[in-house]
Design a protein around this ligand. Structure first.
Ligand code: PLP
Length: 475
């Protein structure tokens, strides 16, 4: 080589730092330790007037963010529903940045467009969805909901002669969304963005297992049989991973002319495992589905997927070309199906994750996470002072901790539960996030990382035991 590469030093430094980070996860604190003030002091300096060498920028970025990076890339992070990245997916994501394709259309990135076609086909097959469904690779489940619900809005309003893409929603016939009351907050944000407002979502009461019952949905449908309706069903709710009974509810909703959308952000992935797919019987009859790649598939952020059983409605809702313009169907133009125009080539990382695991590997990942979640929840619940609230059916469970004081009230148990989770995080061995479920503070146990193994589970249970001893002896 005669000329020095302008890229090599920065990329080599980044590789060194990345490996240092990833290879030390087993020994590093899982929670961030730096405060917002620490980070601001280091990062919010006056913008330099003169430029810096690229590798110096990278070195300083790593030094200045120290203590402010969460350890979710490792195996002892059980907060929210957050995982790490598979090696092939991470490497493909680096290449995605190096190649810097604009994934708006085939013409600006031919290979990315075709890789997205492959991802769509594989994902529908793995997740048990109809082969003719259209799809979109979105930034996450949030935008997958926006995409799918825009298609639903198109279909329901087209039926009554209202062209929503041209005429908007002012003066349009009303739409309602009937859902289990366990719906995720990204749903109401989707309805806000779509001009439908939050009030269209009616959260119907669920049973002891967090499921919408047939009689409850039927009653709601009967009350106003003529209102255009979207029925929103849960494939794994965020607290306990509850699945609605698709085989009963979807045909019922269809009898009333409703569009059925499924939120399967993580839970749809259970359909890739022979051991867990019984939770999803009938889910393929829905009209649209939303899920994530960055949760259970362990693709780096951001990665979500929308699928729609009615490609025309999907395309009319998203295409920049009006539906009356003829399309070039030789290739799939991503901007006809996605909410964005210019966008990252999200296909490469998802493609690499699916290839690294293969069909069998996806099933094994699902099974291993469910097993770890079960071992964790039962192991923690067996500790003195702990209580089992939800035994995981898939990869989500709940425990809480009882304040040992003799006259402790519900609110004391709530505070105590929060204090335990905080102490565990401070200890650095594991990380959990808490939730309020049925009026109780609970510690959520959520496992979706390919890295979590039985050693991690044992270390996390020991960390909770230590926190209980520590806090239990206070005052
Ligand atoms: C995480 C989650 C979402 C939102 O997904 P994002 O990828 O964060 O946009 C929606 N629904 C459920 C059940 C989730 O767990």
């Amino acid at each position: 080589m005669t000329e020095a590469s302008p890229f090599r030093p920065a990329l080599e430094h980044a590789l060194k730092h990345a490996l240092q980070y990833l290879e030390n996860l087993k020994h590093s604190p899982v929670a961030a330790s730096a405060s917002a003030q620490n980070l601001r002091e280091r990062l919010c300096k006056p913008l330099n007037f003169d430029g810096l060498a690229p590798e110096k920028v990278i070195d300083e970025l790593v030094a200045d963010t120290a203590g402010g990076i969460m350890g979710n890339a490792g195996g002892r992070f059980y907060g929210w529903v957050i995982s790490g990245s598979l090696p092939a997916a991470l490497a493909a994501d680096w290449l995605t940045s190096a190649w810097d394709q604009n994934a708006a259309s085939y013409s600006c990135g031919p290979a990315e467009a075709i890789v997205e076609e492959a991802c769509g086909t594989w994902l529908k097959d793995l997740l048990g969805l109809p082969a003719q469904a259209s799809f979109a690779l979105t930034s996450g489940c949030q935008m997958a909901h926006v995409t799918a619900l825009a298609a639903a809005r198109n279909a329901l309003l087209t039926r009554c002669g209202w062209q929503v893409e041209r005429d908007g929603l002012f003066g349009a016939p009303p739409i309602r969304i009937l859902s289990s009351d366990q719906f995720h907050g990204s749903i109401t944000r989707a309805t806000r963005l779509l001009g439908m407002g939050t009030q269209v979502v009616v959260g119907l009461p669920t049973n002891h297992a967090g499921q919408l019952e047939t009689a409850t949905l039927e009653r709601a449908l009967q009350e106003a049989p003529d209102v255009r309706t979207i029925v929103l069903l849960q494939a794994g709710d965020l607290n306990i991973g509850a699945y609605d009974s698709f085989a009963e509810l979807i045909p019922l909703a269809h009898r009333y002319g409703a569009w059925v959308h499924v939120d399967g952000a993580f839970g749809l992935w259970a359909n890739a495992s022979p051991r867990y797919r019984h939770f999803l019987v009938g889910v393929e009859q829905a009209d649209s589905w939303a899920t994530d790649g960055h949760k259970w598939l362990n693709v780096p952020y951001d990665s979500g997927f929308a699928f729609v059983a009615h490609p025309d409605s999907h395309r009319e809702a998203m295409s920049y070309e009006a539906s009356y313009i003829t399309h070039n169907d030789e290739v799939r133009e991503q901007k006809d199906w996605n909410p964005e125009w210019s966008r990252r080539g999200r296909g490469f990382a998802a493609y690499a994750a699916l290839r690294q695991l293969g069909r069998q590997g996806v099933a094994t990942l699902i099974d291993a996470c469910c097993e770890s979640a079960h071992d964790l929840v039962m192991g923690i619940a067996a500790l003195p002072g702990a209580e089992l609230i939800w035994e995981p059916g898939v990869n989500q469970g709940l425990v809480r901790f009882l304040d040992p004081h003799p006259n402790a009230k519900q609110s004391d148990h709530d505070n105590y539960t929060d204090a335990i989770a905080e102490a565990v995080a401070k200890g650095g061995e594991a990380f959990f996030s808490n939730t309020t479920w049925r009026g109780m503070r609970c510690m959520r146990v959520s496992v979706c990382s390919w890295q979590t193994d039985s050693q991690d589970v044992a270390r996390a249970i020991a960390a909770v035991a230590r926190a209980l001893e520590q806090i239990g002896w206070r005052d």
